[in-house]
Every structure is written in C-alpha cells, then in structure tokens.
Design a protein around this ligand. Sequence first.
Ligand code: PXL
Length: 269
Amino acid sequence: MIKLATIAGSDASGGAGLEADLKTFQEYGGYGMAAITVIATMNPNAEWEHAVFPIDEQCLRSQLETIFNGVGVDAVKTGMLGTPYAVHLTAEYLNKYKIKNFVLDPVMVCKGADLALNPELNELIVQKLLPIAKIIMPNLFEAGQIAKVPTPKTIEEMQEAAKIIHDMGCPFVFIKGGAHLQGQSSAVDVFYDGTEFHKVEAELIQTTWTHGAGCTTAAAVTAGLGAGLAPYDAVLRAKKFITLSLRNGFEMNRWGGAGNPSAWRKPFN
Ligand code: PXL
C-alpha cells in the first residue's frame, strides 16, 4: 500500500483542502492520511465569506506523531498551513523522518483574492519548507511572491521565476499557469528540473468551477511520487488527472463550483 499524507486545512465545503487531497489519494489507489492545520468555512449567508479556525499546536503535533511515527509515509504534501507553529512542526517532522517525497503547495490565496494573505507566514514557508521539498508547485501569483518578481504573465517570465525558485533550494519547480496565463489556446504550466524547462500543456477548459484545482493537482503529484514516478512523470500524470477533473466539474452554488477527482474513472470523460 502506498501511504500518503497531507498536512493541510480542512475545507468544509469539500472541494479544496485536505478533502480534495484525500479524494485524489484514493483515486490513485493510495492510503490517505491527514493532519488538519486549520478548518476553513464559507458563510452562505454572507456571500461565501471565508473564515479560518486554527487547530491548536498540541493537537497538530499529536496528529503528526500519529502519521509519521505511528504509521509511516511514502509521500507528503502540504496545503494551507495557517500558523507559524504549523510551519515549524511540519519542518520538524519532515526533517526528523527524512521525508524524500515532499510536495510543497505554497497556498497563499484562495481563489479570487490576489493578495498574499500573510506575507510573514509565506516567508517562513519559503525559509523552512522550500529547501526540504522535492517539488514546489506555486500558481502564477505565488511564484511571483516567492521569487520576488512581478506575477509572471508570459512563459518566459514563468521560466525566469522557476529558475529563481530553483536556485533558492528546491530541485523541481512546477509553476501552474493553467487557464490564468493570458493569450494561450491551451492550459500551460512550466516544469523546471534545474537543467531543462518543459512546457506542460493540456486542453484549456473554460470554466469557473475550479475550486480545489490547485490542491487536487498537488495531491496527484504527491501520489505519483509515492508510487515511485519520477517528478516529471508525476507532473504529466497529474496534468491529465486535473484536466479530466475540471472537464467534469460541477456547480456547487451561486458562488462557484469544484472539479470532480473521480472523473477519470468514467469512460468517455
Ligand atoms: O484552494 C486553496 C485552499 C486550500 N486549503 C483550504 C481552502 C482553500 C480555498 O478555499 O479552503 C483549506
């Protein structure tokens, strides 16, 4: 059994966060575990406004102890960490258990908000977690924040940011342009291994039902690494997985919709 863990927030609406991660792990045939860092809720009586409730430090440590010491893991991903102690505890456990397959999804924003939620926390993530990650998977905004450049708007700018991020100490960088890179007829991401840039392309799916897309993609890469795929192969497989998921997304309510990580199972999807 391939043992996979996510250290992430719970998204009570089910589309993103550890819920998306666990669904994806399951679809890959893995055994999913989760350490909850925060619980995110959305208020249907106030325009789906987000609230974030942190889990206390002792509880988080106890979850990490259960997973890392009690069961063991083949690959780990992080999502929304939410507090400085969550970053420190995550680094402590990844280091102590010498986790090789660590996928860092540097969640800085939820869909819609183009503003770093907490610059100090993001800086701590870069300091403590970037150097021990195998792959970091920022979106365009996050890539700009990490590389300290303006948000990339072209493939060349994505490549420049990827190189900077690689040189900050992470061996594999995957910048997700997806549908957000303007002027493209496909969904384009950039993968960099320190030597070569790969343009990772798939059908552009015009939808706003994308809640959880970043979490799902990172979880798919994590499951691929856990199963023994090389980083680039894990990325290519994840790109197919998220494309099918988004092609089969659904409307949750008037504020948005989510992808469907089980879509790949159905023929003709
Ligand atoms: O999609 C980013 C994200 C990650 N993690 C949690 C979230 C969200 C966005 O809503 O709620 C827990």
